[in-house]
Design a binder for this molecule. Structure first.
Ligand code: HEM
Length: 469
């Protein structure tokens, strides 16, 4: 059983500049989307205090909100994760990527979809209230085509591996691309896109986009980057496999917990709650595996920002997902349903977990691919602005959302709940500004690790420390 990713120098990025360029291309592109999407988010956050700001139709909240969510999901997180997955798959399989050309085709398709989707939403063309499926369906077909191209490329890369075992990261990567092709297809097919069927499909799509796309790819990064950074094997290969299969077993059915108290069949809602509790198995199993891999070495976080980003990502995964289980209970949903608490939860998971995992992966692996470092000061500024900013954001929304929900439970006039949550919206804006600044610093760091000259001495590209061990 391979508990340490076993890539070697011969096929590493040092000898494979094409792979390094592809990884860099994905990262630069994703970073541009992050900066754009979170600039839009700042406007959104500002509008909570100044609703009349930007009153033109194309600046309304209803258009900008899905632009933010779709651009973060499909422009930022998806593109960044696929770029990292290409690098991880090729390296850990000790082989070359199946097709660099397909990799670039996929990148163009992802970008085309995100660009057309953004323009369409801003012009008022959308699919209605289908969460994270607001892009008109022909544009979602382009995104699905990008997914298929990516899946073929990654699966073929693993198939031509020169190792006996399939390393853990590749289980997660293959699972992520395979499942998501299915999920995206279900989300596009016209049947059941009305009435209650549409509600069930919405729950299936939007929650699995998180749990069977972003989550496995982000976990794949942890399983590759952690052993590398620490020069020690992952604590337990078996635990990683258990978490993989239980994630697949329990996740697909839990989406309906977003529609508790809706006309969906009660048994379906109850099943979603039961499986949400079962999700503690992969979440705690996976998190324990990462934390135990780091046991006795937490002090090193002070010297390694990539490790710091990954540690925050692991904690975000553990806390955010456990919070998700709690939110699924009917008693707690009675308070939190439709409040800003959920917005805090989304950012704890998609930002605290997925986005930090991506950053950790990029800082750990991109310099090894391109041979160029991000400066320590730049990484420090990025890290602290992002940690403090997102902490303020999540705490503000969690407390404000709870107060909002309690006001509703107590039957207070709606406007009272608006007044009560007001100061927390201001704090969200403060946190958001820090987060956005961190993204600008990240963009600078990405520039240095790719097109720029790099900071200080260049890194010796592959092998990383783990190979030496
Ligand atoms: C500067 C950083 C960010 C700021 C200021 C910000 C702000 C916002 C705002 C104001 C909303 C609308 C909330 C509402 O309707 O009450 C929102 C929604 C959302 N954002 Fe962000 N965001 C940021 C970064 C991100 C990132 C990086 C991601 C994902 C990778 C993300 C994912 C989401 C999601 C999933 C929602 C929908 C929340 C829900 O309905 O539960 N955000 N964000």
């Amino acid at each position: 059983m391979a508990s340490l990713p076993n890539d070697d120098t011969a096929t590493g990025a040092a000898e494979n500049p094409e792979l390094a360029r592809l990884f860099a291309g994905y990262t630069i592109s994703a970073t541009a989307w992050l900066v754009f999407a979170t600039f839009v988010a700042l406007v959104l956050a500002y509008k909570f205090g100044a609703p009349d700001f930007g009153s033109g139709a194309w600046l309304t909240f209803g258009r900008l909100r899905p632009i933010h969510t779709n651009a973060t999901f499909y422009g930022w997180a998806s593109i960044a994760l696929v770029g990292t997955a290409y690098y991880v798959a090729a390296r850990s399989c000790r082989t070359r990527l199946y097709s660099i050309r397909l990799g670039w085709v996929g990148l163009w398709l992802f970008n085309l979809a995100a660009l057309l989707g953004t323009i369409a939403l801003d012009l008022g063309y959308n699919s209605g209230d289908l969460e994270y499926r607001e892009w008109p369906w022909p544009i979602r077909v382009i995104f699905a085509a990008a997914l298929v191209v990516t899946a073929v490329n990654l699966l073929a890369t693993v198939a031509r591996r020169s190792t006996d075992d399939i390393y853990l990261s590749n289980w997660y990567i293959m699972g992520g691309v395979l499942w998501t092709v299915i999920i995206a297809t279900v989300g596009i097919l016209p049947w059941y896109q009305y009435g209650l069927g549409q509600v069930a499909v919405s729950g299936f799509y939007m929650h699995n986009a998180v749990g069977l796309w972003f989550t496995p790819l982000a976990l794949g990064i942890f399983y590759y980057a952690l052993p590398k950074l620490l020069s020690r094997p992952i604590y337990s290969y078996a635990l990683g496999i258990l978490a993989f299969w239980t994630n697949l077993l329990f996740y697909p059915i839990i989406g309906s917990h977003h529609f508790l108290f809706s006309p969906l069949p009660w048994w379906l809602q109850t099943t979603a709650i039961v499986f949400s509790v079962a999700m503690l198995v992969p979440v705690w199993g996976g998190s324990a595996n990462f934390l135990l891999t780091m046991r006795g070495r937490f002090g090193e976080v002070a010297h390694s920002y990539p490790l710091g980003f990954i540690l925050i990502g692991v904690v975000g995964y553990l806390v955010g997902s456990t919070q998700g289980t709690l939110e699924a209970f009917r008693s707690l949903q009675q308070v939190w349903h439709l409040t800003s608490f959920t917005v805090g939860h989304s950012h704890l998971t998609m930002y605290g977990f997925v986005t930090f995992a991506i950053w950790g992966g990029i800082y750990a692996l991109l310099p090894a691919a391109t041979g160029k470092q991000a400066g320590r000061l730049g990484m420090a500024a990025h890290f602290w602005l992002a940690v403090v900013g997102s902490f303020i954001y999540v705490i503000a929304m969690s407390i404000g959302g709870t107060i909002q929900g309690l006001d509703w439970v107590q039957g207070k006039p709606f406007i009272q709940s608006v007044i009560d949550i007001g100061p927390f919206y201001v704090w969200r804006g403060v946190g958001g500004i820090l987060m956005f600044l961190s993204h600008l610093v990240f963009a600078w760091n990405v520039w240095r690790m790719t097109l720029g000259h790099g900071a200080g001495s260049t890194v010796q590209p592959a092998p990383l420390a783990a190979e030496a061990a």
